[in-house]
Structures are given as structure tokens and as C-alpha cells.
Design a protein around this ligand. Structure first.
Ligand SMILES: O=P(O)(O)OC[C@H]1O[C@](O)(COP(=O)(O)O)[C@@H](O)[C@@H]1O
Ligand SMILES: [Mg+2]
Ligand SMILES: [Mg+2]
Length: 294
């Protein structure tokens, strides 16, 4: 199977699984016992989405391995090839991003990263990335071959809504995560500058994919920065930072860990965290100038 057809099969499977993930949210708002590898409580909904995606994505011819925010290790379609990198594409998934939004019934969704390398891999090894947003409408935004498409998912099928998406030139929104007293001094200065820009307004909902989709739609900047208490921030490189950076950069924007494109960050561990800044080029350049040598 060519990489191109494997990528299409992955996007089809994710779209096809979305109705079950959405319906499965009902009745799965409670926490289960134990934690995920990042030390966070897991909701029954996180575990359910992970199980559905693991089984179906690994069954695709051309997918060699599966990893997720919700499980410790990489799982191989064929145990012998799991870590070799030559057993097909590696799919890394955040089954439910923003799952703390389940209780208050706000936006959340699924992030999928497709790497042509053994995990953990660099963002430069991505060959596709997508996120499904469970909003009032279910949409998928996918970046493949440098071009970004938005689909509406209906009955588990993808229907093209917008092609060749690029970030609007005149940005209007921003959203920054983490507790304000926990921000570094340098990031706080940058945030104050952004807040005083009269063309920008706050849009923050607590699910990265929802917040980044605001930026993809209106132009602007999203950040979950380095914190005094957590210098690597909160978001995970393989499952969250890299795929969202790939999508935003494919749409003509920029990503940064504070110093360089997220796609150039070398991973040490599957569950590494990284400071995430995404958005219009001039806003990310300004961010790097403000926090670059902190
Ligand atoms: O609730 P907090 O600590 O502000 O964190 C919000 C961030 O955490 C996340 O929910 C992390 O993702 P998960 O739900 O996959 O753990 C992001 O979507 C969001 O940007
Ligand atoms: Mg997440
Ligand atoms: Mg998650």
C-alpha cells in the first residue's frame, strides 16, 4: 500500500470512528482508576476512544505501529516491527483532546499524527496530521502534502468543506493556557503586549484543538507556554505539539517551542512535553523575540 493510500485509509477510519466516539461520551464522564503516562486522571471516554482507534488503525495495511497519550508504550501491528521504523507508518493519537471539557459539555476532539519513522519521532518525519473537532458540527482538519482541508463529518464520512486553507492575514484572536501567576516573566510581558493590541480578542476554551481551530479560522496565536512550575509546559510533543504544528505550518503559519519550530524539536521520550506556540508568522516571531533566551 502506498503512503498516500495509507494516509487516506487512516483519515477514513478516524472519520468513521468519530460517531462512536461522540456517542460513547454519553455515560463516560466519570474517571476510571489509574492515570495515563503523563500522570493525569483518565476518563472512561479517553480509554474508550483509545481502544476503538488502536484496534481500527492497527488493522490498516500500511500502519506499522500505534501510540497514544493514554498508553505507556508503542504497540506494533506486528510485534517485530513495532520499533524498527520500517514496518509501515506510525500513528500517534490523542484520542480525546480537551477531555476535561466533557463535564461542562464543551468542545473537544481527536488528534492524529502520522509519522514515517519509529516513535518517538521528530515533527519533520510527519507525513500527515489531522484533528477532529466535536463542536456543534463535527469537522476534521487535515494536512497532507502541505495542503490543509476542512471536512464536515456526517454519518462517519468526510465531505470536503474548504480546501487549501491558509491562516487569514489579519489575525484577530488569541488564547493562552496555564495559570497566569505560573507564566514566566518573559511570557507575561508578551501576553500583556498581545492583550493590549486592539485588533485582537481573547478566545480560550480549554481544549487545544478548539482554541487552535479559532486561530485557523480567524488568524491569531495560541499558546500553552513553559510555566515556572513546569518548564516544558503541559502539552505532549508526539501527540499534540507536532501534529498541530504540522497543520498550522502547512496553512502558512508558524510554530515554536520558544526558540525553534516544534517540528525541529528532538524527542527523548514518547510522552515528552513541550511548550506550544502556534499562529500567524509575525505573532510567533514576536513570541520568540520575547521568550527566546529566557
Ligand atoms: O485545563 P488546563 O490545565 O488549562 O489545560 C488545557 C489544555 O490541556 C489539554 O486539555 C490537554 O489535552 P488532554 O485533554 O488530551 O489531556 C489541552 O487540550 C488544553 O489546551
Ligand atoms: Mg490533549
Ligand atoms: Mg487526551
Amino acid at each position: 500500500m502506498s503512503h498516500a493510500s495509507t494516509i487516506e485509509a487512516i483519515l477514513d477510519i478516524v472519520a468513521g470512528t468519530t460517531p462512536e466516539i461522540r456517542e460513547g461520551l454519553v455515560g463516560r464522564r466519570e474517571y476510571v482508576e489509574g492515570e495515563n503516562p503523563s500522570g493525569e486522571d483518565q476518563l472512561a471516554a479517553d480509554v474508550h476512544a483509545d481502544q476503538l482507534l488502536e484496534e481500527r488503525l492497527l488493522a490498516i495495511d500500511g500502519v506499522g505501529s500505534y501510540a497514544s497519550e493514554e498508553r505507556e508504550a508503542v504497540i506494533g501491528a506486528d510485534e517485530e516491527t513495532a520499533d524498527s521504523g520500517d514496518g509501515g507508518l506510525a500513528v500517534a493519537v490523542d484520542p480525546l483532546d480537551g477531555s476535561s471539557n466533557l463535564k461542562p459539555n464543551n468542545a473537544m476532539g481527536t488528534i492524529v499524527a502520522v509519522y514515517d519513522a519509529a516513535l518517538p519521532a521528530r515533527g519533520r518525519d510527519l507525513v500527515a496530521a489531522a484533528y477532529v473537532l466535536l463542536g456543534p458540527i463535527t469537522t476534521m482538519v487535515a494536512a497532507v502534502d502541505g495542503s490543509v482541508t476542512e471536512y464536515v463529518i456526517s454519518d462517519g464520512e468526510r465531505h470536503t468543506a474548504r480546501e487549501d486553507i491558509s491562516l487569514p492575514d489579519d489575525p484577530t484572536v488569541y488564547g493562552f493556557g496555564g495559570r497566569v501567576p505560573d507564566w514566566t516573566e518573559e511570557f507575561t510581558d508578551y501576553a500583556r503586549e498581545i492583550e493590549s493590541d486592539t485588533s485582537l480578542k481573547l478566545r480560550y476554551g480549554g481544549a487545544m484543538i478548539g482554541d487552535v481551530n479559532q486561530v485557523m479560522t480567524y488568524g491569531g496565536v495560541f499558546a500553552y507556554p513553559a510555566l515556572d512550575s513546569a518548564p516544558e509546559g503541559k502539552l505532549r510533543l508526539q501527540f499534540e505539539g507536532n501534529p498541530m504544528a504540522y497543520i498550522v505550518e502547512s496553512a502558512g503559519g508558524k510554530s515554536s517551542d520558544g526558540e525553534r519550530s516544534l517540528l525541529d524539536v528532538d524527542p527523548d521520550d514518547l510522552h515528552d512535553r513541550v511548550p506550544v506556540h502556534l499562529g500567524n508568522a509575525e505573532l510567533i516571531d514576536g513570541l520568540e523575540a520575547a521568550v527566546g533566551d529566557e
